[in-house]
Design a protein around this ligand. Sequence first.
Ligand SMILES: NC(=O)C1=CN([C@@H]2O[C@H](COP(=O)(O)OP(=O)(O)OC[C@H]3O[C@@H](n4cnc5c(N)ncnc54)[C@H](O)[C@@H]3O)[C@@H](O)[C@H]2O)C=CC1
Ligand SMILES: CC(C)CC(=O)C(=O)O
Ligand SMILES: [Mg+2]
Length: 369
Amino acid sequence: MQKKIAVLPGDGIGKEIVAGTVQVMQTIAEQFNHQFEFEYGCIGGEAIDVDGNPLPEETVSLCKNSDAILLGAVGGPKWDNNPPALRPEAGLLAIRKKMGLFANLRPVQAIPSLADASTLKKEVIDGVDLMIVRELTGGIYFGTPRERRIENGKELVVDTLSYTNEEIERIIRKAFDLAMIRRKKVTSVDKANVLESSRVWREIANNVAKDYPEVELEHMLVDNAAMQLIRNPKQFDVIVTENMFGDILSDEASMLTGSLGMLASASLSADGPGLYEPVHGSAPDIAGQNKANPLATILSAAMMLKYSFNLIEEGNTIEEAVNQVLEQGYRTADIADGAKYVLTTTEMVEQVIRQIKEIAQNKSMSANA
Ligand SMILES: NC(=O)C1=CN([C@@H]2O[C@H](COP(=O)(O)OP(=O)(O)OC[C@H]3O[C@@H](n4cnc5c(N)ncnc54)[C@H](O)[C@@H]3O)[C@@H](O)[C@H]2O)C=CC1
Ligand SMILES: CC(C)CC(=O)C(=O)O
Ligand SMILES: [Mg+2]
C-alpha cells in the first residue's frame, strides 16, 4: 500500500516524539511491504517564528493533499503572551476546523503492566476500557464573540459557547456508532442543570438514541463524571461530550493508564484525511531533554493505520509491541515507578522497533511453516 502522510511535529517535545513515531512507521512499512511517504509541515510556535502565522497556507494544502496527518504538539512559554491569533494553539484549532475534524476519539485502556505507575488503586483501574468521543470543532474554543471590551466604563471579557443542532447530532451519532461495535453503552456528559446548550445536547441525544435501540444511553453531569472516572471507571464504555469537557476529562482519564504520555487520539472528519496526535501538549518542562514518553504518539500512529488505512494487522502489531515492551519492564521517566530500566525517548523508540521486528518475523515464520 502506498500512502502519503503529512507530518507536523510542532513545538517542544512534539519534535522528539514525532521523530520516533516516523521511525516506527517506517519499520512497519518495511516489515509489511508498504510505502509511506512522509512530508513535513510547520504548525504552532515554530510556524509563527518562520512564517508569522501559526497555520501557514502551505501546511493546510499539504494536509489536504495527504492521506493522513501525524501531529506532535504545539505551544510553549515563548509565545504565551502573544495576541490570540498569534498563539501556537490557534494553529491547532484552525487545522481542526479547516479539515472538518469534528470527532476526536480518545481511547483509554488500562495497561496491566503499568498498574504501578498509576496513582490509583489496581482494583479500580484493572480492566478499564473506555472511549472518550470529544466534539472538536465547536463549543467555547471556537465561539464568537471572544473579546475584551469596555462596557459601562468597566472591562468585560467574553467567551461564547455555541453549537448548531447539526454539530451536536453528528458527534452523538458517531458515539452511538462506536458503541454498536463495543459494549453498547453511551454516557452523554453535559451540564444540563445550567447550560442551555447542554439541554439541547440532551434532547438530541435522546432523539438519536431512538435509532439505536440496542444501545443504553445515560446522561451524566460533567462534575459527577469527573468524580465517577476516578471512583469507578469500569462503568463507562463510550463517553460523548462537548469540546472543553472532553479536553479536561481526557487528561483526567489518562491517569487510568498511568500517564498522560500514554494516551493516543484520532481526529476524524466526515470524509477527508484523519489527524492523529497524542492527547498531551508540548511539555515545555521536559522539552529538549530526550525524556518524553513517545508511546502516546506511537499509539496514535497505530490508530492511523487502522482508522485511515484499514491496516488492522499493522496497527495491532504496534499495539502488541508497545504492550510487550512495557511487560518486559522498559519505562520512560513518567511511568518509571519501580522500573527495571528507565529509558530516554530514543531508547524507548528503539525497543518498540525491536519488538515490532520480532513480532513481524514470528508471524512470517508461522505463515511459512
Ligand atoms: N495538542 C496540543 O498541541 C496541546 C498543546 N498544549 C500546549 O502545551 C503547552 C504545555 O501545556 P501543559 O499544560 O504543560 O500540558 P502538557 O500536556 O504539555 O504537560 C502536562 C504535564 O505532563 C507531562 N507530559 C506531557 N506529555 C508527556 C510525555 N509524552 N511524556 C512525559 N511527560 C509528559 C509534562 O511534562 C507536564 O508535566 C502549552 O503551551 C499548552 O497550550 C496543551 C495541550 C495539548
Ligand atoms: C489547544 C487545546 C484545545 C489543545 C488541547 O488541550 C487538546 O486538544 O487536548
Ligand atoms: Mg487537552
